[in-house]
Design a protein around this ligand. Structure first.
Ligand code: GDP
Length: 551
C-alpha cells in the first residue's frame, strides 16, 4: 500500500474567487511560484499563464477551466520545512458566465480566498461568488490585491466588505503605503512590519513598525480583537478581564471564528508586485479548514435509504465526487475527483452510483503547475484526476463496489441564453451531435435542444461568452463547420422570472441525455397565468408550446 504523504491536518483544498480582473490568475500564479512549482512567473495577458492551458483561455486571457493543482507550502519563513502542507488549488473562474463552474468548485473545496481589487473593493461578481460560497458554508479569507495600483485604498476595501457583504471581517494586516508607495505589510497580530529584501519579494525581514503607523497598528489590532471576541467566547472572556492576549491565543480564536463562518480575516498585498502572497499562504494554513474541519459531506445509502456522513478516513470505504471532466491533449479524458473518504488505487474498480455502472480506473494523476505525477493511490481528503472513466460525467458519485453510496449531487441551473447553430454539411451534423454530447458532459450548464418550429439545433448556456467558447471548441476540437445565429435570451428565463415571482412552481433541470428538455414541478394553479394543470406534474417533459408568454 502506498503511504499517505500529508496528514489530513496538513491538507488544504482551497479555491481562489474574485471578480474578473481583480487578480485571481496573477495571485494563483504567484502561489504556484512560491510553492516551488513554477520557476518563471508568466503574465496572464501575454498568454503565458500556467493555469490556463486551453487555447481559448490564452487568447482571451481569462480562466475557464476548473482544474485542480497540487502545491506544497513550506511556510513564509520555511517554518513548515520539515512537515510541509499540501495545498490543492481548485481553480474557480472569475467571469460571471461561468458561475456554474464556481458552484461546482465550491462543492469540493474546504476554504476559499476571495481576491479583491484594492482600488475597487467589493465588486458585483465578488458579491455573487461570495453568496455562493455562503450557500456551501465555505470559510474564507480576503486578499485585498493591487495595493500598488492607482486609487488603491485598503480601508475603503475593508469598509466595502462590511457594506456590501454585510459580514464580520477585519484586517489582520495593514499595508505600509499605497499605490506607488506600497512598500511593506504590517502583521497586526504580531505587531511587526515585514519588508521585502530582494527584487522578487522572496525574502522578507521583520522590522519595527514605522513610528507614524504605531498607533494605527495598535488601534487596528484592537478592532480585530473586538471583532473576533464578539463571536468567540474564550477570547471575549480574556478581553473583558483585560488580560493580555497572546499571539497564539489570538490566532487560535481567529481560526475558530473563521471556521465557524463568523469572521473573515482580511489581508493586503499586490500579487503583481510580489507582495503579500506568501503571508496569505500562511493565513490559508492558519485559518482555513482542512478536510476534518468542515461539516461532513452527505451521502445516501440506496439500500437502506439512510443518510451517511462522509468523514475523511482512510480506513472507510471509498466515496468521491467527480467534479470536473476535462479533455487533456496528452492523456485524453480526465475525471477530477474529490475523495471524501476511503482511498482509491489505480487499476481498481469503482461504482458510479449515479449512472449505475462499474468502471476501472486506469491511472491516477495529480496535476502540478508545470508537471503531473502519476500516483498509485489517492487518499481521503485529497484530489486527483482519473484516466479511464468513460461513463462518468460531472456531478457523479464514485464509490467502492462493495459499499455503494450516492453523494448529494450538484445542481445545475437552467441556461439563460441560446443560439441557433446550423451545420454546413451532413457530416458536420454528426460531428456536431458528438461535440454537443461531449461538451455537455464536461459542463452540464451547456445544453442543446431543437426548435420545434424550424427544426434548428439550439445550443444554450449561462452566457454569451460561454457559448462563444463552446462554438470555438466545436470547431477546433471536433472539426464542426457551422453557421451560428445571434444569441437570444432563452425563453425559460422570461418564463421563470414571471412565474417564480408568483411562487407557482419550482423548476428542475433535465436529467442525463435529455438536453434541453424542461422538467417542471407545478403546484396546483390557483391564479391562472395560462396554465390549467390541476395536479402536479413532476419530471414531465413540457413541450415548448405549453410555455406561455406571460407578461
Ligand atoms: P483575473 O481576471 O482575476 O484572473 O485577473 P488577472 O490576474 O488576469 O489580472 C488582471 C489584470 O490586473 C492583469 O493585467 C494583471 O497584470 C493585473 N494585476 C493583477 N494583480 C495586480 C496587482 O497586484 N497590481 C496591479 N497593479 N495589477 C495587477
Amino acid at each position: 500500500m502506498a503511504k499517505r504523504e500529508y496528514p489530513l491536518e496538513r491538507t488544504r483544498n482551497i479555491g481562489i474567487m474574485a471578480h474578473i480582473d481583480a487578480g485571481k490568475t496573477t495571485t494563483t500564479e504567484r502561489i504556484l511560484y512560491y510553492t516551488g512549482k513554477i520557476h518563471k512567473i508568466g503574465e496572464t495577458h501575454d498568454g503565458a499563464s500556467q493555469m490556463d492551458f486551453m487555447e481559448q483561455e490564452k487568447e482571451r486571457g481569462i480562466t475557464i477551466q476548473s482544474a485542480a493543482t497540487t502545491a506544497v507550502w513550506h511556510g513564509f519563513f520555511d517554518q513548515f520545512e520539515k512537515t510541509p502542507y499540501r495545498v490543492n488549488i481548485i481553480d474557480t473562474p472569475g467571469h460571471v458566465d461561468f458561475t456554474i463552474e464556481v458552484e461546482r468548485a465550491l462543492r469540493v473545496l474546504d476554504g476559499a480566498v476571495a481576491v479583491l481589487d484594492g482600488a475597487a473593493g467589493v465588486e458585483p461578481q465578488t458579491e455573487t461568488v461570495w453568496r455562493q460560497a455562503t450557500t456551501y458554508d465555505v470559510p474564507r479569507i480576503v486578499f485585498v490585491n493591487k495595493m500598488d495600483k492607482m486609487g488603491a485604498d485598503f480601508q475603503m476595501s475593508v469598509d466595502s466588505i462590511h457594506e456590501r457583504l454585510q459580514v464580520n471581517a477585519e484586517a489582520i494586516q495593514w499595508p505600509i503605503g499605497a499605490e506607488d508607495d506600497f512598500e511593506a505589510v504590517i502583521d497586526l497580530i504580531t505587531q511587526e512590519a515585514y519588508y521585502p529584501v530582494d527584487d522578487l519579494g522572496e525574502k522578507w525581514e521583520p522590522r519595527d513598525i514605522p513610528a507614524e503607523l504605531k498607533d494605527l497598528a495598535e488601534e487596528k489590532r484592537n478592532t480585530l480583537i473586538e471583532a473576533v471576541a464578539d463571536v468567540d467566547d474564550d477570547l471575549m472572556e480574556k478581553y473583558l478581564e483585560g488580560e493580555d492576549i497572546s499571539i497564539e491565543e489570538l490566532k487560535a480564536a481567529i481560526r475558530r471564528a473563521t471556521l465557524a463562518l463568523q469572521f473573515y480575516p482580511v489581508l493586503a498585498g499586490s500579487a503583481y508586485k510580489d507582495k503579500g502572497v506568501q503571508m496569505m499562504l500562511d493565513a490559508v494554513v492558519d485559518y482555513l479548514p482542512g478536510p476534518l474541519d468542515v461539516k461532513p459531506y452527505i451521502a445516501n445509502d440506496p439500500k437502506t435509504g439512510e443518510e451517511v456522513d462522509l468523514i475523511a478516513d482512510d480506513n472507510k470505504s471509498f466515496a468521491a465526487l467527480a467534479f470536473k471532466i476535462m479533455t487533456d491533449p496528452f492523456v485524453g479524458r480526465l475525471t477530477f475527483m474529490r475523495v471524501y473518504t476511503g482511498t482509491l488505487k489505480s487499476g481498481s474498480y469503482v461504482q458510479n452510483t449515479s449512472s449505475d455502472t462499474r468502471e476501472r480506473v486506469g491511472r491516477l494523476l495529480q496535476m502540478h503547475a508545470t508537471s503531473r505525477t502519476e500516483i498509485e493511490e489517492v487518499f481521503s481528503g485529497d484530489i486527483a484526476a482519473a484516466i479511464g472513466l468513460k461513463n462518468t460525467t460531472t456531478g457523479d458519485s464514485l464509490t467502492s463496489v462493495d459499499n455503494q453510496l450516492v453523494l448529494e449531487s450538484m445542481e445545475f441551473p437552467e441556461p439563460v441564453i441560446e443560439l441557433a447553430i446550423e451545420p454546413k454539411t451532413k457530416a458536420d451534423q454528426d460531428k456536431l451531435s458528438n461535440a454537443i454530447q461531449k461538451l455537455a458532459e464536461e459542463d452540464p450548464s451547456f445544453r442543446a435542444t431543437t426548435n420545434p418550429e424550424t427544426g434548428d439545433t439550439l445550443i444554450a448556456g449561462m452566457g454569451e461568452l460561454q457559448l462563444d467558447i463552446m462554438v470555438d471548441r466545436m470547431r477546433r476540437e471536433f472539426n464542426v463547420e457551422a453557421t451560428v445565429g445571434a444569441p437570444q435570451v432563452a425563453y425559460r428565463e422570461a418564463f421563470t422570472k414571471t412565474v417564480q415571482a408568483r411562487g407557482f412552481f419550482k423548476r428542475q433541470s433535465g436529467g442525463k441525455g435529455q438536453y434541453g428538455d424542461v422538467y417542471i414541478e407545478f403546484s396546483p394553479n390557483e391564479e391562472g397565468a395560462g396554465f390549467e394543470f390541476d395536479d402536479a406534474i413532476v419530471g414531465g417533459v413540457v413541450p415548448r408550446e405549453y410555455i406561455p408568454s406571460v407578461e
